[in-house]
Design a binder for this molecule. Structure first.
Ligand code: SGN
Ligand code: CA
Length: 520
C-alpha cells in the first residue's frame, strides 16, 4: 500500500510549514567553547612547535585544522596567577592574585560569569588552583590544590571524594560525561578542561611506563649554563643538578632504605605519592622502577654522569605524561566529531605557562626568559578562512575578550586584553600590540626566583629584578636567542636600552602597574 506513515506525514507538514512561513531570520546558533589547558606543558614538547622530543598528533590536529600562535605569552608565569589572568582578562595586580598563596576573589568579574549571563552552560573540570572555590559555573569538578596523579581526590560541586584511576583519564572522563549527559543541550556551552599533568612530579600512567625507553634525549645547549652576568638566574633553586630530588622527583624509592637524600621531607612525600596506588597500579609501577632503582644503587653515578642521568629520567617521565594528555585530547576530539560538535565549537589548547626542559640546567618556570614566558597556544575555529601561523604577540589577558566576543557579549572596558577573534577570522589587525608586559611576584618561595617585571618587543627584552636586589637585564633575542648575554652595561646598545625602558614605562602606565609598593 502506498500510504504515508506518521513520520513521513510529519515531515511533509514541516516542509510545507517552512515553505509558507514568512522569511524570519533563524536565531544564530552560538559557537561553543572548549578550552583545554594543561599544567606546565612546554611548547618544546608539542610536535606542532618542535619535533625534537615527542609526537603529539592530537594537539597537532587542532593546529593543523586551525591556527598555531607562534608568539603566545603569559603575564605571570605561575599556575594560579596565570589562571586568574585567563579568567579575568586582567594582569595579576588588577585581579589581586599575584602568587599561588593568594586568595582568588571569586566575587569579581570573570568571563565564565558573563557567558553564563548570556545563556551559556559553563563547566570547569580538573585543576583549578585558585584557593577559593569556583564561581560562575553550572557544573564544576576540581582537584584540590595541585591534585594527585593516582586515585586523586575531586571536589564535585562542593563534595569531596577520592576516585580510582589516573588523573588525565579521569579529568577527561568527567569532562566528556558533562558534555554528554550533564548539560542543557539547547544552550551553547563553555567547558574549561584543565589537566593536572604534566606537573611535577611527572608520574606517568602505568600503561605508558615503558614508552620511549630506547630513546636518549639530546641535552639542551645551555644545560651547563654558568649564569655569568645574571644574578637571579644564578641564585634560583630549580636546577636539575642541584635541586631535582632523586627520590621525590625521579622516584628512586628504595625498599631497602639505602637511597636517602638531604631532603627527608621530599623523600617522604615521594613515598606518599606511590602510597596512593592500588595493588595493581603499584605492581606495574614497581615492575618498571625496581630494576632502575637497582641500577642506580649499583652505578653510584656522580658529577656530569649523574646530571645527565637525571635529565634523561626527567625527560622520559615528563614525555610519558604528555603522551597520555595527547591521547586523551584525541578522545575529546573524537567525541566532538562523532556528536557533530566539531563544526560549532572553538577548541583551544594551551598551558598555564611554559616550562624548562633542561635549558639553563633547569626544570620549573617563573622567569621572564622565553621558555617560561612563552606558552603553547593552538586554536581551531570552524568556518574561518584563517589557517596556519599567527605571528602577532598574544598574551593570556586576551583569552577572556576573545571568548566574550565570540559569544556576542560586550567586552567590559576594564579587561586589559584584546580579542583575538579578528585575527582568527583572518581580518586585518591594524595597530596590534608590538610589545608585551610581564610581572612575577612569588619570592621568597620554592625555587627562589626573584621578583621581576619587564617588557619585550620583536627583537629585545628588558627585565628588572627587584625586592631583595636591584638589577636590570637586557637581551638581543636576534643575536642571543638563549638569553645568555646580559647587555645592560654594553654602550653599543644604549639607544635600544633607553628606548625599551621607555616602552616598559609606557606599558606600566597603560596597565596601571607603576606602584611596586602595593604588594607585600
Ligand atoms: C609545587 C611544586 C613546585 C612548583 C609549584 C608551582 N612543588 O609547589 O615545583 O614550582 O608547585 O607550580 S611540588 O613538590 O608540590 O611538586 S604551579 O604550576 O602550580 O604554579
Ligand atoms: Ca603550572
Amino acid at each position: 500500500m502506498n500510504t504515508l506513515n506518521l513520520f513521513q506525514l510529519a515531515g511533509l507538514t514541516a516542509l510545507v510549514a517552512t515553505a509558507c512561513a514568512p522569511k524570519e531570520k533563524a536565531p544564530e546558533k552560538k559557537m561553543n567553547i572548549l578550552y583545554i589547558m594543561t599544567d606546565d606543558h612546554s611548547y618544546q614538547t608539542i610536535s606542532a612547535y618542535d619535533n625534537r622530543y615527542i609526537q603529539t598528533p592530537n594537539i597537532d590536529r587542532i593546529a593543523n585544522e586551525g591556527v598555531r600562535f607562534c608568539n603566545s605569552y603569559v603575564g605571570n608565569s605561575i599556575s594560579g596567577p596565570s589562571r586568574a589572568i585567563m579568567l579575568t582578562g586582567k594582569f595579576s595586580h588588577k585581579n589581586g592574585f599575584r602568587t599561588n598563596s593568594d586568595l582568588f576573589d571569586g566575587a569579581q568579574q570573570t568571563f565564565p560569569k558573563l557567558l553564563q549571563k548570556a545563556g551559556y552552560q559553563t563547566a570547569m573540570v580538573g585543576k583549578w588552583h585558585l584557593t577559593s572555590l569556583p564561581t560562575g559555573f553550572d557544573y564544576w569538578n576540581i582537584v584540590p590544590g595541585q591534585g594527585d596523579y593516582y586515585n586523586p581526590d575531586f571536589i564535585e560541586m562542593g563534595e569531596e571524594k577520592q576516585v580510582e584511576g589516573y588523573a588525565t583519564n579521569l579529568i577527561t572522563d568527567f569532562a566528556l560525561d558533562w558534555l554528554d549527559k550533564g548539560r542543557d543541550k539547547d544552550k551553547p556551552f563553555c567547558l574549561l578542561l584543565h589537566h593536572k599533568a604534566p606537573h611535577r612530579t611527572w608520574m606517568p600512567d602505568t600503561c605508558d611506563l615503558r614508552l620511549y625507553d630506547d630513546i636518549t634525549y639530546p641535552l639542551p645547549e645551555t644545560f651547563y649554563d654558568d649564569y655569568e652576568g645574571r644574578t637571579a638566574a644564578r641564585d634560583q633553586k630549580m636546577s636539575i643538578i642541584k635541586d631535582m630530588n632523586v627520590v621525590y622527583d625521579l622516584k628512586m624509592l628504595d625498599k631497602e632504605g639505602k637511597i636517602k637524600t638531604d631532603r627527608p621531607d621530599l623523600d617522604e612525600m615521594g613515598w606518599a605519592k606511590v602510597g596512593r596506588m592500588n595493588a595493581e597500579q603499584r605492581a606495574a609501577w614497581d615492575a618498571y622502577y625496581d630494576p632502575i632503582i637497582r641500577d642506580f644503587k649499583e652505578k653510584k653515578r656522580s658529577g656530569k654522569e649523574l646530571a645527565e642521568w637525571k635529565y634523561q629520567r626527567y625527560m622520559h617521565d615528563y614525555l610519558r605524561c604528555i603522551h597520555s594528555v595527547d591521547r586523551n585530547i584525541g578522545r575529546v576530539l573524537d567525541y566532538l566529531e562523532k556528536n557533530g560538535l566539531l563544526e560549532n565549537t572553538l577548541v583551544v589548547y594551551t598551558s598555564d605557562q611554559g616550562f624548562y626542559m633542561g635549558e639553563h640546567g633547569w626544570f620549573d618556570k617563573r622567569f621572564m626568559y622565553e621558555e617560561s614566558f612563552r606558552t603553547p597556544l593552538v586554536m581551531r575555529l570552524p568556518g574561518t578562512a584563517r589557517h596556519g601561523d599567527i605571528d602577532e604577540f598574544v598574551q593570556n589577558i586576551d583569552y577572556a575578550p576573545t571568548f566574550l566576543e565570540l559569544a556576542g557579549v560586550e567586552v567590559p572596558s576594564d579587561m586589559q586584553g584584546e580579542s583575538l577573534l579578528p585575527m582568527l577570522k583572518g581580518e586585518d589587525v591594524k595597530d596590534w600590540r608590538k610589545s608585551l608586559y610581564y610581572h612575577y611576584y612569588e619570592f621568597p618561595d620554592e625555587h627562589a626566583v626573584k621578583r621581576h617585571y619587564g617588557a619585550r618587543n620583536e627583537r629585545y627584552k628588558i627585565i628588572h629584578f627587584y625586592d631583595d636586589i636591584d638589577e636590570w637585564e637586557f637581551y638581543d633575542l636576534q643575536n642571543d636567542p638563549d638569553e645568555l648575554h646580559n647587555l645592560i652595561n654594553d654602550p653599543a646598545y644604549k639607544d635600544q636600552i633607553d628606548s625599551l625602558k621607555n616602552e616598559l614605562n609606557r606599558l606600566q602606565v597603560k596597565y596601571d602597574d607603576l606602584d611596586m609598593s602595593t604588594y607585600k
